[in-house]
Write a protein that binds this ligand. Sequence first.
Ligand code: HEC
Length: 222
Amino acid sequence: MESFATFGRGAHSSNTAAPRVNSVAKRGCYSKPRSVKSTLKPFGSATTPEALQLGLKADVKKVPRLLLEVLREGAVSFDNPDTTLELLRADAVVGVKGFWDEKRNLKSIGITCAFCHSTVDDSFMKGIGRRLDGWPNRDLNVGAIVATAPTLKPFADLLQTSEEQVRKVLLAWGPGKYDAELNQDGKGFRPDGKTAATVLPAAFGLAGQNLHTYAGWGSIPY
Ligand code: HEC
């Protein structure tokens, strides 16, 4: 069996097809930008501190050196959405891939497995450091990020509910959590009223395990 390491390495570095999250993206929430500013927030129009606040991470090895200097000196441009775009252009945002038009304007974004299953060690500053693949990003507020999409209608239509209800469910997830089954079972909350999202699991040490962490979708291999 292909080990997670081999599987993950390819997936973490190049795939833009995280099937679960992308089902949202594919249904149009992020795919047809009206304007880069409104559509790609928090990826394109958020200031870097806002993006870091949502738990997005930057790989210090990919951040352009000039930008690192500026960040180190705490210069004003840190508060400029262009800094976020520059990070995306340098492929420095862990798990987020920008797609650009001929004029180098951001056209759309893709999410890789590393979005949730990798983080950084904060060696440069909180949110910026050396990449840790397979370590879950427990700061990442997946729900809040999805909820910033200009429309949640495709998601609401899929779940046969209202956009407000979808937004309520997403905002209940909180940092480090994701409900991988929402688009299949349509259940946003547990019977006790708490969110149905689960904590992002570590992806290392799972070679040979078959979708068994919480969901129990796979077989029991041990
Ligand atoms: C939006 C966050 C997110 C993204 C993106 C994501 N995952 Fe996950 N992953 C999770 C969560 C949450 C679980 C636990 C799901 C559960 O069992 O409830 C999980 C579980 C897993 C597991 C453990 C499976 C198990 O149950 O034993 C593996 C392996 C995994 N993901 C690999 C991947 C790969 C490979 C990709 C890219 C194709 C990916 N993940 C993309 C959030 C994510």
